[in-house]
Design a protein around this ligand. Structure first.
Ligand code: 26Q
Length: 836
């Protein structure tokens, strides 16, 4: 039975006749003053921008909440099918400017604030990022829910409300220092706590099996340590369409009776400790964007997300339809953002069987028709596994169910391939061996009706490699959904000058139909338009310089080629290849090879997982090389290498507008898609890249003449691997030899002997999985082509315009429309304005 932890209060407060809040300047000024003066209790003496930001955000939030209720009612009344996006990460960034854009009030607010003597941009900058994610996967979830609201799809995001988000990064002596991100310390005005929808989550204990009076098997999961999951709702506005969806994040707290038991037994300290251990579950986001295997706290997080979200959906169902689940699968679907929430497959089985008395077959028919799984990685070492022993101790009932799912699945495999024992072992959800493991990706595949990769190449490699056996069994389940980014945040809001130029030229239809950017293509041949384009780009570069000036203490030259690589630090993303090229340029300056030189400013940013030693060393190397270059008077403006600390969503909103060149240089076959590549392209940067992830599709869209391609293909990487010989490649390439000599001679670590030995050894190893050395020559050659193009300003601007004009495919509106047409099949449902 679903239970309400918190009794719904009985008094009926009729607020249906509330007038809608005004959207004029006067209305906002009034509300702003009231919030600032009354709710926040400030006066003219207050000099903190924070409260001005809060007062404005409260006024905006009120408008969102009105529309949110209307949307909710529209969904309820239409009885539509619902979608749920389950993700351990939602990297939302800031909310204020996005909310204003989507409500269509940016100009009105800007004028209202001007009247109050305030600058909108300053208030926007006073908001801290909601950094509840690591990188691509978390930001994708945020872009997805934005597009769902814009397409008026009834989709709810479910995630965790971490007390501490992604750590903030400072650089001390060239090294990364992690600082806790207590993002809630000043409160969070966008969220509403909903205690009445709290859910109880069980951990530990054991199972008891018996039969009921009809002879049906009954399982009870007992002696559990329970935790409460309390939801916090954040509005997710669509673009100027009155739809406001919700992001529901769960916070773990102690259950009140759990506390009480211990307290009554006289053990106060135990009770407090228990409370702490419950609240620890959602205390912190795991800051690694590859698998950190086996941490029990991570499994608790995953289960809390899955269980609370599924119970929430079932509560809603039972509340409206009672205990008949016949049509549940027609009316609900769940998209699993990687395997992180994939325990949901077993949890939905448990809830339907143990709590709602469905048979195995009934429960399985529902589960396997409602779950859909998205994979985000090809790296085999990143595939999630949990030890069976740990799962048995923490989630004993779930482990039983997984065994049963596996047994039934393997008998299906045996029937299809009789006597193929090797195949059974390969495909089993349970990896046999000393320490048995649950393969979460296999659980997700077996339990889902759709499995997708995030770019064409990635999906193809999943089918031919990682999940080949499953593809043979169920080819129709597999599909591709190439990623995207929301053009509202990643063009309209972050680059208002370019957005204005675009709208002036082709109208504003592009905001909700990005393919219309193609209308810009003919304007690439118009000299006046190119001039306007360049002016915007230059102003953006200048703004980026100003933004970073204080932080880095270095003045950059706006005419230099801004060459930017921002993303998590990972060996496969090959920031090292970038550094090798910079060292090569430095070497050319030192040996006087500077005829027709192109000034270049290389910016690198990104966080390293705290436990990833090699990634941290790479940050140190970037900083040391940058310093040597900066302190060498012979170099001057010719070359800069700068590491920008604390890369995050709000930083990218500046950075992507001021880039000339976007570095997308991963080893082919390793980057599932990439999404930074799309943000840069949309804002008019040109890409230098390998044939990896979505780069391939970017190049297809923009045309090979407008893309700087280099490097081995995925197939060539596979072919070369057995006889890869970096030493021979170094010996044959004089430039590379000189670069390696500089590195090995300690030129960049004169007072820190040996610190880069690991890096040097890794790239010189014939077993280097990322084959950095193999792509050096073609990378340097491609960079020369970049310089030739950059020095022809008219040509470069044309290419820049064509990149933006060809980025239409990479809107998450397109991605989400595909998810919906091919997987979810939800009906767009418009919000009804309650007053009209
Ligand atoms: C797993 C277990 C324990 C702790 C952490 C994790 C973990 C957390 C985050 C594993 C992976 C991630 C994130 C992965 C990620 O961001 N992948 C990226 O997803 C993007 C969106 O699809 C792609 O564009 C990128 O290519 C892919 O690297």
């Amino acid at each position: 039975m679903p239970h309400r932890i918190f009794e719904k209060s009985t008094p009926h407060v009729d607020i249906s006749k509330l007038p809608h809040l005004g959207m004029n300047k006067k209305d906002f000024i009034e509300d702003f003053k009231r919030y600032y003066g009354h709710r926040l209790g400030r006066d003219a003496n207050c000099r903190s921008l924070h409260y001005a930001y809060e007062a404005l955000a409260l006024a905006i939030s009120d408008r969102l909440i009105e529309r949110w209720k209307d949307t909710y009612n529209a969904y309820r009344e239409s009885n539509c099918k619902r979608g749920f996006y389950l993700s351990m990460e939602f990297l939302m960034g800031r909310s204020l400017s996005n909310a204003m854009l989507n409500l269509g009030v940016t100009d009105v607010i800007s004028k209202a604030l001007y009247d109050l003597g305030l600058e909108l941009e300053e208030l926007v900058d006073a908001e801290s990022d909601a950094g509840l994610g690591n990188g691509g996967l978390g930001r994708l979830a945020a872009c997805f829910i934005d597009s769902c609201a814009t397409l008026q799809l009834p989709v709810t995001g479910y995630g965790l409300r971490y007390e501490y988000g992604m750590f903030s990064q400072t650089i001390v002596n060239g090294e990364q220092i992690e600082n806790p991100d207590h993002w809630l310390k000043n409160g969070n005005i966008w969220e509403i706590e909903r205690l009445e929808y709290a859910q109880k989550i069980k951990f530990g204990g054991h199972t008891e099996h018996s039969f009921d009076e009809h002879g049906n098997k009954v399982t009870r999961w007992v002696d559990t340590h329970d935790v409460l999951a309390v939801p916090y709702d954040t509005p997710v506005p669509g673009y100027q369409n009155r739809t406001v969806n919700v992001l529901r994040l769960w916070k773990a707290t102690a259950t009140s009776n759990f506390d009480l038991q211990e307290f009554n037994a006289g053990d106060y300290a135990e009770a407090v400790a228990a409370k702490n251990s419950a609240e620890n579950i959602t205390m912190v986001l795991y800051p690694n964007d590859a698998n950190e295997n086996g941490k029990v706290l991570r499994l608790r997080q995953q289960y809390l997300l899955a269980s609370a979200s599924l119970q929430d959906v079932i509560c809603l169902w039972v509340g409206r339809r009672g205990h008949d689940f016949t049509h549940f699968a027609e009316k609900n679907c769940f998209q699993l953002n990687d395997t992180h929430p994939s325990i949901a497959v077993a949890e939905l089985m448990r809830l339907l069987m143990d709590e709602h008395k469905l048979s195995w077959n009934q429960a399985w028919a529902i589960t396997s028709k409602t779950m859909a799984y998205t994979n985000h990685t090809l790296l085999p070492e990143a595939l999630e596994k949990w030890s069976v022993g740990l799962m048995q101790a923490l989630l004993p009932r779930l482990m039983e169910i997984i065994f049963e799912i596996n047994a039934r699945f393997l008998s299906e495999v045996s029937a299809r391939w009789p006597g193929d024992g090797a195949r059974l072992a390969r495909m089993s959800i349970i990896e046999e061996g000393g320490d048995k493991q649950v393969r979460m990706a296999y659980l997700a595949i077996v339990g889902s009706y759709s499995i997708n990769g995030v770019a064409e190449l990635h999906s193809k490699l999943l089918q031919q490699g990682l999940f080949k056996d499953f593809y043979e069994l169920w080819p129709a389940k597999f599909n591709n959904k190439t990623n995207g980014v929301t053009p509202r945040r990643w063009l309209a809001a972050c680059n208002p000058d370019l957005a204005e130029l675009i709208t002036k030229t082709i109208g504003d239809g592009w905001l909700t139909d990005l393919s219309q950017l193609a209308k810009l293509k003919p304007h690439a041949d118009n000299k006046a338009f190119r001039k306007a384009w360049t002016q915007v780009q230059l102003a953006n570069k200048q703004r980026l310089i100003e933004y970073k000036k204080e932080e880095i203490g270095i003045e950059l030259n706006v005419n230099a080629l801004f060459d930017i690589q921002v993303k998590r630090i990972h060996e496969y993303k090959r920031q090292l290849l970038n550094v090798l090229h910079v060292i090569h340029l430095y070497d050319r300056i030192k040996r006087g090879d500077t005829a027709n030189w192109t000034n270049r400013c290389v910016l690198i940013a990104g966080k390293a997982a705290p436990g990833y030693a090699m990634a941290k060393k790479i940050i140190k190397l970037i900083n040391n090389v940058g310093n040597v270059i900066h302190n060498d008077p012979e170099v001057g403006d010719k070359l800069k290498l700068i590491f920008l600390p604390n890369y995050r969503v709000s930083a990218m909103e500046r950075i992507c507008t001021g880039a000339d060149l976007s570095e997308q240089i991963s080893t082919a076959g390793k980057e599932a898609s990439g999404t930074g590549n799309m943000k840069f392209m949309m804002n008019g940067a040109l890409t230098i890249g390998t044939l990896d992830g979505a780069n391939i599709e970017i190049r297809e869209e923009v045309g090979e003449e407008n893309f700087f391609l280099f490097g081995l293909t995925e197939e060539q990487v596979q072919e070369l691997r057995p006889h890869y010989n970096p030493w021979a490649m170094i010996a044959e390439d004089n430039d590379l030899q000189r670069v390696m000599n500089l590195l090995e001679s300690g030129h960049f670590n004169q007072f820190e002997p040996g610190i880069f030995n690991d890096i040097v050894n890794s790239i010189k190893s014939p077993h280097d999985p990322w084959m950095t050395i193999a792509d050096f020559r073609s990378y340097v050659d491609a960079q020369k082509q970049v310089e030739i193009a950059y020095n022809d300003k008219e040509r470069w601007t044309r290419m820049s315009i064509l990149n933006c004009a060809s980025s239409g495919k990479f809107s998450t509106d397109r991605t989400i429309a595909e998810y919906n047409n091919e997987i979810w099949k939800l009906t767009p449902t418009a919000a009804i304005k309650s007053q009209d």
